[in-house]
Design a protein around this ligand. Structure first.
Ligand code: C2E
Ligand code: CA
Ligand code: CA
Length: 417
């Protein structure tokens, strides 16, 4: 067997796992054939032959029992390793009734493995083409489509793990400007995945999957470290080039699952200290949706403020929090969602909401950032209403660090920090 981090290659006749062994991962077949055998009284009976796109070994990692069958490579076979977290975490988080049903089904499948051993497949029929033809005949189109979605997701997850290991993740920075003075005030760090196979992937495509698993935790830690390091660099370049600016801040997006990461604050504090950045220059952006788990979110916000970080409530207006709840939150800033900015020029009610939010924030001593400003009309109206900061394509799209410098250090002599 040869081995890379997430791919394993087995030679013809090699055992992938033994019956009765503990199961700590499942496998997705990339290439080749795998025979599942059930051993009883020392006799191994083949029960199934699996080919590319099939998953096996998943039962043990779902319910923690030992392998109920043996798996053998029938030809040179490449397998993708599916980790325990990738599957079991999803099962753990599912509805208790679904969990119960899964447990019942697994039990039933296991006992059937022994009772209804199918007829042995003849050796001469064990070729990739025959097996694939047989499967295509048996499987319905719907089943195939559903399987394809799941397999694409598992592949995306595996590629994303590689991306983190292989430095394919990048941070872009979108400038934020103060309305009243027109001066640069900060940046939001926005993740991109520069994938060799998929091109530049936007976060909407992969951050959801990262959050469904625990991958968001190492990715979030990487974002935090990289954003603070880049921020230090940007500050230095702007200072050396005497760019007119307000005291700058860096905004970092924090996903719900990161609230449970015990290493997040220690990492943020350590990197900030090392780079000479004060915690108050760091804005952590959480969305309103996070607040559904009220108690833990409130506690997290308290800890965050105690450590000196600022907090922005992202996508404000799209989630659950009522205005009275906003008063209880110790957040420093709210970000009005793009959907309000889009509608406010044509819809009077939306405009009234935006005005009310800006006024309320002032009373609560919070600043307001308007997101997704695309037209001069939107900018002018928000300035008139008294919004503090603007962010949007009208000013600049999110850009790689060195291109952001080009926007603000235009014709001046660019002294590298
Ligand atoms: P978000 O935090 O609401 O970020 C703002 C999004 O709006 C960004 O999309 C930005 O490129 C886009 N945007 C800004 N101005 C305009 C505009 O004028 N017009 C339009 N049409 N769009 C504009 P992006 O970069 O694709 O990020 C999407 C979402 O992915 C983010 O929404 C955030 O929820 C998530 N995300 C991005 N980076 C990170 C990260 O490092 N960590 C976490 N947890 N989430 C991230
Ligand atoms: Ca954000
Ligand atoms: Ca937002």
């Amino acid at each position: 067997m040869t081995k890379s981090l997430f791919t394993k290659i087995f030679k013809k006749g090699e055992t992938v796992f033994e019956q009765g062994s503990p199961g700590n991962c499942a496998f997705l077949i990339d290439k080749g054939l795998v025979e599942i055998q059930v051993e009883e009284d020392g006799i191994a009976t083949p029960v199934e032959v699996l080919s590319a796109g099939d998953i096996f070994g998943e039962m043990s990692i779902i319910d923690g029992s030992d392998r109920s069958a043996k798996a053998v490579a029938l030809e040179s076979t490449q397998l993708m390793v599916v980790s325990r977290e990738q599957l079991s975490e999803r099962v753990e988080e599912s509805d208790p009734i679904v969990k119960f049903l899964i447990a019942v089904l697994l039990k039933r499948i296991r006992s059937n493995l022994y009772k209804n051993k199918p007829k042995q497949i003849k050796d001469e029929d064990k070729t990739s083409t025959n097996i694939i033809n047989l499967r295509n005949f048996i499987k319905s189109k719907k089943e195939d489509d559903e399987n394809a979605v799941v397999i694409d997701k598992i592949k995306l997850e595996k590629d994303l793990k590689d991306a983190l290991e292989e430095n394919q993740l990048k941070l872009y920075y979108q400038p934020i400007v103060e309305f009243q003075t027109g001066l640069l005030a900060g940046f939001e760090a926005l993740i991109r995945w520069d994938s060799p196979d998929r091109g530049m992937v936007r976060p909407d495509i992969f951050m959801g999957i990262a959050e469904e698993t625990s991958l968001i935790v190492p990715i979030g830690q990487w974002v935090a470290k990289q954003a603070i390091k880049d921020f230090r660099y940007l500050k230095e370049v702007f200072a050396k080039n005497s760019v007119k600016r307000r005291p700058l801040f860096i905004s970092i997006n924090i996903a719900g699952k990161q609230l449970k990461d015990p290493n997040l604050f220690p990492i943020l504090s350590k990197v900030a200290k090392k780079e000479g950045i004060s915690p108050k220059e760091i804005k952590l952006e959480i969305t309103e949706r996070i607040l559904v788990e009220r108690e833990s979110a409130l506690e997290w916000i308290k800890r965050c403020r105690k450590k000196g970080f600022s907090i922005a409530l992202d996508d404000f207006g799209t989630g659950y929090s009522s205005l009275s709840y906003l008063a209880q939150l110790e957040v420093n800033c709210i970000k009005i969602d793009k959907s309000f900015i889009d509608k406010m020029l044509t819809d009077k009610k939306t405009l009234s909401i935006v005005e009310a939010l800006v006024n309320l924030s002032k009373t609560l001593e919070m600043t307001v950032i308007a997101e997704g400003i695309e037209t001069p009309q939107q900018r002018d109206l928000l300035k008139k209403i008294g919004c503090n900061y603007m962010q949007g394509y009208l000013l600049s799209r999110p850009l790689p660090r060195d291109q952001v410098i080009n926007v603000f250090v235009k014709d001046q002599d660019k002294k590298a920090a």
